[in-house]
Ligand binder design. Sequence first.
Ligand code: TXA
Ligand code: MG
Length: 321
Amino acid sequence: MFDPPALLPPDEEGLSYAAMCLTRGGLVAMPTETVYGLAADARNGRAVAAIYAAKGRPSFNPLIVHAPDIDSAARIGRFHAQAETLARAFWPGPLTLVLPLRADAGISELVTAGLDTVALRLPAHPAARGLLRAFGGVVAAPSANPSGRISPTTPQHVIDGLGDKVDVVLDAGASAVGVESTIIGWQDQNHPVLLRPGGLPREAITAALNGIAPAEPAPIAPDSPTAPGQLSSHYAPRAALRLNARQAEGDEILIGFGLIAGAMSLSASGDLGEAAANLFAMLHRADATGRPIAIAPIPAQGLGLAINDRLRRAAAPRSRA
Ligand code: TXA
Ligand code: MG
């Protein structure tokens, strides 16, 4: 929307302007106590796609949903007893909980990368809380740096890295914690797992859980990606998936793109942002037909890199159950 971004103080006027940008599907650099986040409306698939495009992320990793309060978080994820204990002990603060996603959560599947779990966090920073209140919804926000670069802890880092790609940078000075949040997931509801060490020490979590220490995640297979979110299995359709298809063969259901129409289309106009926003929902829809899936070629540029990455993973032989 704007070029260069508006650099605004997180006062009432700045926050309501930033909230309006979120409502319109824009991107806001949001100060948090850990690092600056690149926030978009978590319900708006196009806006979430714009996060990936701005960061130049070569794949769709699931993103953290930032909520203003525990009640709104509980409308998105299902809290079990240990999760509730940790939320009450450490929220708001540098802790992210990975919980089962509610069916009616209403957030874009691009946020969870099609997983049936969701990462949730209540940031403590007054500017983040003020923005979430003014916006009146939940935002998806990875760290506000270009993919592969270090996380930003000042507004200048954000401007240096993402400059013209964000609409608003809320300037709240340096982040106090400076490392990302600690991420806790569960094997089952009694067995917590430390998915990413971060701003909240593991010992504090163990103490709050009466001595139950979150386990280290299972070792990663040599050929698998190492990002924390990729330790859990990603969405793959049950059916066979054929890539770069120009037409359906046999009983296949074809997902189109651009000039290739198909039974449904990721984007009839060939818009990669629209295609990214539709990707996981359409894979789910096609899979629900029980037929093998074919998908049109997607150009390997911009968001097309991430789309193709996900499609290759979804089409790969299932080595891990
Ligand atoms: O402190 C933070 O957490 C910052 C600020 C902005 O809140 N955010 C942040 O986001 O570090 P990001 O996208 O850089 O890291 C999110 C991590 C990723 O490694 C992702 O794989 C993991 O969270 N993640 C998200 N959803 C997940 C899920 N459902 N299961 C497992 N891991 C998940
Ligand atoms: Mg990051």
